[in-house]
Design a protein around this ligand. Structure first.
Ligand SMILES: CC(C)(COP(=O)(O)OP(=O)(O)OC[C@H]1O[C@@H](n2cnc3c(N)ncnc32)[C@H](O)[C@@H]1OP(=O)(O)O)[C@@H](O)C(=O)NCCC(=O)NCCS
Length: 189
């Protein structure tokens, strides 16, 4: 596996965002491609893949990418909205491509792109995209810092830059949720 110096990131992409300094890993070194066959137990009464099963596979593929990047156990901290663009049928293949878009301090944004594939015709359809936040933890569950991600291709640089915006939105949402909960619990208490 090749480890690149952080200074090799294209100028302008390395913002001061709480990311750790030092060596990093290219996106491709932790990329995961996972393929599942939709079996009867994965479907509803209409023979369509259950949304919950797909969410499980999304979570697993993303966890593998985060763990490969950080070389620590990683837990799911947040999952952004997931939309289901079209049904996936019994007997189709589900191809999940997961990669770490950006690492911050102890957390990482992982993007998962999901395709359905008809194995008889080879036809592929993009069915979902999801963003998940994973936190790297030690043996007692304490968050530990992760090394930076080094984007190389144009798409990787675009995802790296956009991940910062999404993180800001998530953290604002988390603050707002905490504020509402503390108001509700103080009213009840
Ligand atoms: C995720 C967890 C380790 C965070 O621990 P914590 O004590 O809240 O730690 P912090 O507040 O310091 O957050 C650690 C990192 O997580 C990020 N984070 C935590 N909650 C987040 C959220 N809802 N959205 C985005 N990022 C989040 C923080 O921004 C921080 O990232 P950074 O270090 O890169 O800046 C802890 O909440 C936990 O163990 N949760 C349960 C995880 C789990 O069981 N997941 C399975 C799903 S059921």
């Amino acid at each position: 596996m090749t480890f690149l110096r952080r200074t090799e990131i294209k100028e302008g992409t390395a913002l001061n965002t709480g990311e750790t300094k030092g060596d990093g890993k290219p996106v491709q070194s932790s990329h995961v491609e996972m393929v599942e066959l939709v079996l009867p137990n994965d479907t509803n009464q209409l023979g369509n893949l259950l949304g919950g099963r797909l969410m499980h596979w999304i979570d697993i593929s993303a966890a593998m990418a985060a763990t490969r990047h950080s070389n620590h156990v990683c837990v799911t901290a947040a999952v952004d909205e997931i939309s289901f663009l079209h049904p996936i049928k019994l007997g189709e293949l589900v191809v999940l491509r997961a990669s770490v878009n950006r690492a911050f301090n102890t957390s990482m944004e992982v993007g998962v792109k999901v395709f359905s594939e008809n194995p008889l015709t080879g036809e592929r359809k993009h069915s979902n995209s999801a963003y998940l936040t994973f936190v790297s933890i030690d043996s007692i569950g304490k968050p530990v810092t992760v090394i930076p991600v080094l984007p190389e291709s144009q798409d990787e640089v675009r995802r790296f830059e956009q991940a910062l915006f999404r993180r800001e939105q998530r953290l604002k949402h988390r603050e707002e949720t905490r504020r509402i909960w503390s108001e509700v619990t103080s009213r009840q208490g």
